[in-house]
Design a protein around this ligand. Structure first.
Ligand code: PLP
Length: 439
């Protein structure tokens, strides 16, 4: 297939993520030159509606004027300074604002640059917490079947997506897996809450037997993203919180994908009325502008590290920890939540999204388990061919939508700036892409 010079240069010099590069012999790369709100514009002037928020990071559109202005202002003051031994206004203000969003239950923010590093921090912090309390044997982790917490060697210990993990299994000290409370597993007559109770019973048995060696349980609250937008009942989080308390195991909420309002509340955990001991954030927190991640910790966790002995401190570090530009982008993002009362506006927006999907897909013969939680909607496709996701993606591009199924699961995770017309375009594009991919 003939390719433009930029695409040929990209294929020669750039090793693209999450990609078997040889497939680009058939599927051309898409060169993006501009972003405008929920839209991306390619080199030919073609407009694509970003239905997955550019890998779930964008919240308020591309080239958002308010975030741009904040970054311009910060650029003229301070681009970066190391955070060990130094501090600056953006990182302090962001930490205070995040603490306030948790009602000051998680008042200590530790920074990194990407989601997997936040997972690493939460795992290391959990094990080190127990070590500092004189219980070094508590150094194993528990995660849910189908969990995704990132792809570094440490994070793979709690990630259960075989395509990302199998090749590296010999490198990984795998944690224990307990069943997912996946609502799709409901037997006839069972509710999603029943499935949650069933899954929690297995978690209880595991913790009863293994609490002496378990540092933490890590979960993606309400929606397991990468394994296919698996949704579950908040009861599971309530039960998990109680079990973690009873068996002295830390609860880590990985809100990297579901935080920042994605499921309807600012933190997904709020819908269960619980707080974790450690909470990971990344993706949307910088509005989709700059790599930024962080772990919020309770006073109790923080206190276990506060000591005269250097080695009892949490000595983990990344070069760009607390980068001022990324923190300013995050502050501008949080300001938009307040100024525009985004969580309230998103209730209507999310219902429109659900309605648009119901109208096109509820009675579609190939569609199973149409579901939605806040600004995430998804359905599974029955009897999809092995190359379904790629065919769907390519057909979506032809229609002017960016949608990228996870295996047989089609999902929608648009920025919080889409209006009714754009939601309609997304749904129509999905219907056209589904027809083309099933053909
Ligand atoms: C994306 C994601 C991660 C990893 O974040 P990266 O920035 O891609 O390393 C971890 N956990 C969850 C739930 C995610 O969705």
């Amino acid at each position: 297939m003939p390719q433009s010079p930029l695409l040929a240069r990209s294929l020669a010099a750039v090793w693209h993520p999450c990609t078997q590069m040889k497939q680009h012999e058939q599927l051309p790369l898409v060169p993006i030159v501009r972003g405008e709100g929920a839209w991306l514009v390619d080199a030919d002037g073609r407009r694509l509606l970003d239905g997955i928020s550019s890998w779930w990071v964008n919240l308020f559109g591309h080239c958002n004027p308010r975030i741009n202005a904040a970054l311009r202002d910060q650029l003229e003051r301070l681009e970066h300074v190391m955070l060990a031994g130094f501090t600056h206004e953006p990182v302090v203000e962001l930490s205070e604002r995040l603490a306030a969003l948790t009602g000051h239950r998680l008042g200590h923010a530790f920074y990194a640059s990407d989601g997997a590093s936040a997972t690493e921090i939460a795992l290391k912090m959990s094990a080190h917490y127990w070590r500092n309390l004189g219980r070094p044997g508590k150094n194993r982790f528990v995660s849910l079947a189908g969990s995704y917490h990132g792809e570094t060697v440490g994070a793979l210990a709690v990630t259960d997506v075989s395509i990302f993990r199998d090749a590296y299994a010999p490198l990984v000290r795998a944690g224990a897996l307990v069943p997912s409370p996946d609502a799709r597993l409901a037997q006839p007559g069972e509710s999603a809450a029943d499935v949650a109770r069933r899954a929690a019973a297995v978690l209880e048995a595991h913790l009863a037997a293994h609490h002496d060696e378990t540092a933490a349980l890590i979960v993606e609250p309400l929606v397991q993203g990468a394994s296919g937008m698996v949704m579950y009942d908040p009861d599971y989080l309530r039960l998990a919180r109680a079990l973690c308390d009873r068996y002295e195991v830390l609860l880590v909420a990985d809100e990297i994908a579901v935080g920042c309002g994605r499921t309807g509340t600012f933190f997904a955990c709020e819908q269960a009325g619980i707080w974790p001991d450690l909470l990971c954030l990344s993706k949307g927190i910088s509005g989709g502008y700059l790599p930024l991640s962080l772990v919020l910790a309770t006073d109790a966790v923080y206190a276990a590290f506060y000591d005269d002995a250097t080695a009892r401190g949490f000595l983990h570090s990344h070069s760009y920890t607390g980068n001022p530009l990324a923190c300013r982008a995050a502050l501008a993002t949080l300001a938009i939540f307040d100024e525009d009362d985004v969580l309230t506006a998103n209730r209507t927006r999310a219902e429109m999204l659900g309605e648009a999907m119901r109208a096109r897909f509820a009675d579609h013969p190939a569609v199973r388990h149409l579901r939605r939680r806040g600004m995430i909607a998804a359905f599974d496709v029955a009897d999809a061919r092995p190359d379904f996701a790629r065919r769907f993606f390519a057909a979506g591009l032809d229609y002017g939508v960016l949608l990228r199924p996870l295996g047989d699961t089609v999902y929608f995770m648009p920025p919080y700036v889409v209006g009714e017309d754009e939601i309609g375009h997304l749904a129509d594009g999905a219907a056209a892409a589904l027809a083309a991919a099933l053909r």
